[in-house]
Design a protein around this ligand. Structure first.
Ligand SMILES: [Zn+2]
Length: 248
């Protein structure tokens, strides 16, 4: 049984209902706020670190996860050690203006903020949408670009310079882009598997909310109780009545 330490059932169902219709980024902000963050300030990495920590009561300290090899499709199991990961990600991303000198270019930039990625839903974007999003993000985050001392429009950044900028941004706020290096035991292919703590937490909440609804349904049908009456039962009593009703 999944531990529900983080929320009581009333709060769990209320959060589930509120988060269900939201696009991914808005849902992430809502979940982070429910887990103690303010949901709108701070770096992207700070929010994702908070969500990662919120997974602990649900998944334990070393949850077993699964990736899929992009080369051959083999399922690859790996373990996520939460405590060392959270420790490695400690520390805040720098808030102010940053500078990067690369390949004759000098860029002044800031890190992406939550608002910058809020409308973007990576799960439902095709390649053109991703490219448009990256361009929009560059326009917002690159404050000035110069090549050999001459100001240049952000749209003129060559791909390798944009890539170097992206790598610097990741290094400055590592919790914003969580990924794990995996190797496929079947074909030997190695790849970096992204991990989305908001999606993982949402999966835990959904499973727990659906189970709670099934329990309410079972006891309401059997005893004629209302939802608040079922939710007000202590866990031990609810379990006992579910056993008596023959559903646990
Ligand atoms: Zn493979």
């Amino acid at each position: 049984m999944t531990p529900r330490a983080a929320f009581d059932d009333q709060a769990l169902l209320a959060l589930w209902e509120q988060a269900l219709p939201l696009p991914a980024a808005a849902r992430e902000a809502l979940l982070a706020a429910a887990c103690g963050g303010d949901g709108h300030a701070g770096s992207v990495g700070a929010q994702r670190r908070q969500l990662l920590a919120a997974l602990r009561p649900w998944l334990g300290e070393r949850p077993a996860l699964q990736g899929r090899c992009p080369a051959c499709g083999e399922a690859v199991a790996f373990e996520l050690a939460l405590a060392p990961l959270l420790q490695a990600l400690e520390g805040d991303a720098p808030a102010g203006e940053q500078q990067l000198d690369v390949a004759g270019w000098r860029l002044r930039f800031r890190l992406p903020r939550l608002q910058d990625i809020a409308e973007f839903d990576a799960g439902h974007a095709d390649a053109a949408a991703v490219e448009a999003f990256v361009q929009q993000l560059l326009q917002r985050c690159v404050l000035a670009a110069e090549q050999g001392g001459t100001p240049q429009p952000v749209a003129a950044l060559p791909a390798p310079v944009a890539e170097a900028l992206s790598q610097r941004m990741e290094a400055l706020d590592p919790a914003a882009t969580l990924a794990f290096d995996l190797a496929c035991p079947a074909c030997g292919h190695g790849w970096s598997a992204p991990f989305d703590p908001a999606r993982a937490l949402w999966a835990c909440l959904q499973t727990a909310a659906e189970r709670t609804l099934l329990e309410v349904d079972a006891l309401a049908s059997r005893y004629g109780w209302s939802e608040p009456q079922v939710l007000a039962l202590s866990p031990a009593r609810r379990r006992a009545y579910l056993q008596l009703a023959g559903v646990a």
